[in-house]
Design a protein around this ligand. Structure first.
Ligand code: OXD
Length: 310
């Protein structure tokens, strides 16, 4: 039996070390050296080329390097009966919390202004705003969104969250849910963070109409998926200054094409889909544990749910 490692744009060495030492009964193959395709039982995947999965006739599961699995489910020829296991290693969640905190502070504490002031050699302290007087809106309240919300609330920010379904209230976070409550949520969100997964329901969920409901001068941080926040609408609201600035880690098309106007917008910061990076060792162990569960006849966790779309 064989595990195929196909982790695009990733230093695979720590992953392979863990797989080789923990899965000694398994042949570890590194894409594109697939060998006999019928021997592949597992794929550790990040952006594995479309059209490949269907060649592995004895595939037992696909293990995603990312929390999002659209890089797998968008394959038009994906076999429908193969379980897909999402990544929920703590190192990934923690990295996403740090990314969110970094950019929240960038905007909240006016660092984005100081970068511009330095170019003009301008010594100009901006007014202090206490974190409790700054409202951060988190779209997507799964494990990652919840942890980001809690970590920002711990820093004293006022945090509001929005998700598709109702959540029990917590002491620190005000929850909104469903389409009916989206306006109330957006109206409050001075810094909007998107961590929703890409599904049919979330595709193009945030367009001009929703962005206009953010307070004037709001900031947008997209670390979920590009196709959730309409890029053209975001650009026009940046251009008319309704949105002050945006940090984008995810895009409709990745890598972002060189001629895309987002690259050169003065109030847009681009990072190349790195908001949630995993520690190779612990994330590979997370996959190993799931392979062991499957081999023992137990369900892997967290399993992609076709009906929910994530
Ligand atoms: C993702 C991730 O799915 O970084 O994008 O986990």
């Amino acid at each position: 039996m064989a595990l195929l490692v196909s982790l695009t744009d990733t230093d695979i060495q720590p992953w392979v070390e863990v797989f080789e030492s923990e899965l000694s009964n398994m042949d570890i193959r590194i894409y594109p050296d697939v060998g006999d395709a019928s021997e592949i039982e597992y794929v550790a995947a990040w952006q594995h080329p479309f059209g490949e999965y269907k060649k592995y006739s004895n595939l037992k599961a696909i293990l995603s390097l990312g929390a999002g699995v659209d890089h797998i489910t968008k394959d038009p020829e994906l076999p429908s009966d193969v379980p897909i296991v999402r990544m929920a290693d703590d190192s990934l969640t923690n990295d996403m919390c740090l990314y969110a905190l970094h950019w929240v502070l960038h905007f909240h504490s006016d660092y984005y202004r100081y970068v511009k002031q330095q170019v003009k050699k301008q010594w100009l302290p901006q007014d202090f705003v206490a974190p409790r007087n700054r409202t951060i809106g988190i779209m997507g309240l799964g494990n990652i969104g919840k942890q980001i919300a809690e970590s920002l609330a711990r820093q004293g920010f006022y945090v509001v969250g929005w998700g598709a379904n109702e959540k029990p209230a917590t002491r620190n976070i005000e929850y909104f849910y469903g389409k009916e409550q989206m306006s109330a949520f957006l109206n409050k969100s001075e810094i909007l963070i998107n961590v929703l997964p890409l599904t049919e329901a979330t595709t193009n969920l945030v367009t001009e109409c929703e962005l206009c409901q953010l307070p004037k001068g709001a900031f947008v941080i997209n670390m979920g998926r590009g196709s959730i926040i309409n890029e053209n609408d975001l650009l026009s609201l940046l251009n008319n200054s309704h949105i002050s600035a945006a940090v984008l880690d995810v895009f409709d098309v990745e890598p972002l094409p060189v001629d895309d106007p987002l690259w050169s917008h003065p109030n847009v910061t681009i990072t190349p889909h790195i908001a949630g990076q995993s520690d190779g060792k612990t994330a590979a162990m997370f996959m190993v544990e799931n392979i062991r569960r499957i081999e023992n006849g137990e369900p892997p966790f967290p399993l992609y749910d076709v009906s929910r779309g994530y």
